[in-house]
Ligand binder design. Sequence first.
Ligand SMILES: [Zn+2]
Length: 302
Amino acid sequence: MKIGIDLGGSHIAIGVVNNENKIIEKKEKHLTNEEKRNIKENIEKYIIESINELKTKNSIESIGMSVPGTICENKILKSVNLGIKEEYNLQEKIEQKLNIPTKVKNDAKCAALAENKIGCLKGINRTLFITLGTGIGGAIIINGKLLDTGKYPGIEIGHMIVEKNGKKCKCGKQGCLEQYASMKALKNNLRKELGLTQKTRGEELLRIIRNNKEENENYQKIESTIEEFIEYLAIGISNLINIFEPEAIGIGGSFVYFEDVLLERLRKKIVTDKLLFNNREDLKIFSAVLENDAGIIGATLE
Ligand SMILES: [Zn+2]
């Protein structure tokens, strides 16, 4: 058995994963604001206590962790979601306390591995996986293995420049893809165009898009906001297709909820809009299917 841990900004999930990549037992905890103030200590305490308990019933051969942030050789260099700004060696702490081999990987890479093994990209040899949410992350998997980018995290899809002198990105560069084509960018642009407050939730925006009809007052605004989002996303993805020629692409993150209004439109744009070097009418794009389990399962793979 292996243990997979999905670390989030306010939630920790720990699962025991069997040899068929199924979660057979799961423990979860929500971090309170009080606990978040001392996040490292509370993460370590919960992980160690939980695994000590799980260990009594299961023989655990290894631990894997899925972490939202920049990971380099198992060390967390920074994680905005966890509020960690300096290098943090969680792996070493867990290994020392539990004496079980432990690995730490970026959450988008974990999700990609899981979707590749048992999810939407199962059985496909050359795949590109993209997480589309607040930011844009991803992974390239060839014959079941993550593309090796050496000592650097790599595959910074969200920070591909698509606009010279474009919008300023939190990474310090200008014109990064995620400023135009993340779900956050789409939602913010829709709110702005429609005069809605920041509090308007994704579900409400989705409902508005689904009900958008030509006779509606805001039809054109919604239509052009979505079209612009699709254009930028198609440019970013087609650049990757031209380089890697994946057989199929998987997309996760909050994009999944908007699948019915975005996915086919995106595929059409990529395939028919003169963005690709080769004719890729055969290109398949799937929505991720594993939801919250992807982190736990992916953390135990490779
Ligand atoms: Zn950037």
